[in-house]
Design a protein around this ligand. Structure first.
Ligand code: FAD
Length: 459
């Protein structure tokens, strides 16, 4: 059914947001013969995935960038649209820099005899054992959800891990994967996320895991190809401000007038969706879910050099940084053929807030000082420098993803997480059972929301 409109457009389904979730929802509906209109607030598609070609021709990914071998939906979309991938550079020694200036080479999880490594590995194995009991499709049915959602990850580590260095390693892992501090999330959310990825190592590692491959044209290339297929069905620069909904249909208001539809898919991040007004008001559980799921805090900083000089010294370009420095992790983000050298530095949680509060020149100096301490003086003289602070992004409000606060899964998960509210359907990587918080999960969520609508239309 398409609701008839007194004035304004009318379609069967409006999709709010042209990130991977919205694009996947729209493509699934179009493949099913359903009339769709995608309303996107910004001037581009891709959302939290944003690739930029620098003047030198080097492509940098300010947002999501990696794809792993079990991320079947993203790989299928890349194959459908002919977007090539290549292995992340993972050859040679990684480095870890400690507060005392000690810079140790390592391979795998950490130096075999490094501080806290043994207990760190034991702790991650213990997490995996608990995570396999999480019910991914019905998290509320997990036997120990009430207990685990009542405890922060910080208090769990304090309680179960004696070694302070192991706790430092675990804290950096939490920052790196969830872009928050261990005090910010519950043990249950951590376990759910680990289970949704297929294990702790899947989240952390490169070969065979989430960081295995990159896109030749940048991770946005698949989104751009999906958008090309949708053509005129996407309207950019069209923020949705208000959704009015009833048993008969929905009216979606934008600065450019209303659109009438039978169903709407909200595929904006929780941080953006909570800023849209709904009439009548959404059920309290859905509102609370969005209000109490703040977006993570991360910045990505790229430095570009004439060549990946660290490789000449047998280094992978991957580094982890402990202590008070603002950079947490560094990766080699050079183009496939290595015709230029690119390092990407990540700042998350407390580090991100400290770093983002600095004036621009100090931010740059801060990053280069850490890269110099890890890779030597050559790292302090990049040809180009770019930074992207996601909490300041107007339409994402943060990243990588939203993290429900302690208690939210158990209090509001059953109906607030992704259950449709009448004709309103929820998509977005945060609503995925598998690869929650990742591009692959975003695609899965869009396809699930489309299936809900197709099922509702089937007599
Ligand atoms: C720095 C960073 C690194 C990451 N690294 C990886 C990685 O390597 N691999 C990986 O798989 N994932 C990664 N992620 C996570 C991944 O990018 C996201 O989970 C995924 O892209 C989310 O897609 P989405 O469609 O659910 O949401 P979004 O991408 O946020 O899309 C939502 C869209 O809705 C639009 N919108 C918002 N408000 C409105 C409104 N009122 N009206 C209309 N439109 C609106 C937004 O502009 C946006 O285009 C990373 C994320 C970040 C930020």
């Amino acid at each position: 059914m398409t609701t008839t409109s007194p004035s304004g457009d009318s379609v069967h389904t409006v999709v709010i947001g042209a990130g991977y979730a919205g694009l996947a929802a729209a493509l699934s509906l179009v493949d099913n013969g359903t009339d769709v209109l995608v309303l996107e607030a910004s001037d581009r598609v891709g959302g939290r995935v944003h690739s930029q070609r620098l003047d030198s021709g080097v492509v940098v990914d300010h947002g999501g960038q990696w794809v792993g071998p079990t991320q079947h939906r993203l790989l299928a979309a890349a194959e459908r649209f002919g977007c090539a991938t290549f292995p992340t550079y993972d050859t040679g020694d990684h480095l870890e820099l400690w507060a005392d200036g000690n810079c140790r080479p390592f391979r795998g999880a950490g130096p075999v005899d490094g501080p806290g490594v043994e207990q760190y590995v034991e702790a991650t194995e213990a997490i995996d054992k608990l995570a396999v009991t999480v019910d991914l499709d019905n998290p509320g049915a997990t036997e120990r959800i009430a207990e685990w959602d009542s405890e922060t990850v910080q208090s769990y580590f304090d309680r179960t891990v004696d070694d302070a260095d192991a706790r430092r390693r675990l804290a950096l892992a939490v920052q790196g994967v969830w872009t928050v501090e261990p005090r910010d999330i519950s043990l249950f959310h951590l376990l759910f996320y680990v289970a949704s990825a297929g294990g702790f190592d899947q989240l952390m590692e490169t070969a065979g895991c989430a960081q295995e491959r990159r896109f030749v044209g940048g991770a946005q290339s698949v989104a751009l190809a999906m958008a090309e297929r949708l053509g005129e069905k996407i309207r950019l620069n069209t923020p949705v401000t208000h959704v009015e909904h009833s048993a008969d249909g929905v009216r979606v208001d934008t600065d450019r007038g209303p659109v009438y539809a039978s169903h709407v898919v909200v595929a904006a991040s929780p941080g953006a969706a909570v800023r849209i007004r709904f009439t009548p008001t959404l059920p309290p559980s859905r509102n609370r879910w969005m209000e109490r799921s703040p977006m993570g805090e991360v910045s990505k900083i790229h430095t570009v050099y004439d060549r990946p000089f660290w490789r000449e010294r047998g280094l992978s370009g991957q580094a982890t940084v402990y202590g008070d420095r603002n950079v947490g992790v560094v990766f080699d983000n050079s183009p496939e053929a290595g015709e230029a050298g690119v390092l990407v530095s990540f700042a998350y949680g407390d580090r991100q807030r400290r770093w983002a509060a600095l004036p621009p020149a100090e931010r740059r100096a801060d990053i280069l000082a850490t890269l110099g301490a890890i890779f030597g003086d050559e790292a302090t003289n990049p040809l180009a420098y770019t930074e992207k602070s996601w909490p300041e992004d107007r339409w994402a409000h943060g990243g990588y993803a939203a993290n429900p606060a302690p208690g939210v899964w158990v209090e509001h998960g059953a109906t607030g997480w992704r259950a449709p509210c009448g004709r309103i359907h929820w998509a977005g990587s945060e609503t995925a059972s598998v690869w929650n918080g990742y591009i692959d999960g975003a695609i899965a969520s869009g396809q699930r929301a489309a299936d809900e609508i197709i099922a509702a239309a089937t007599p």
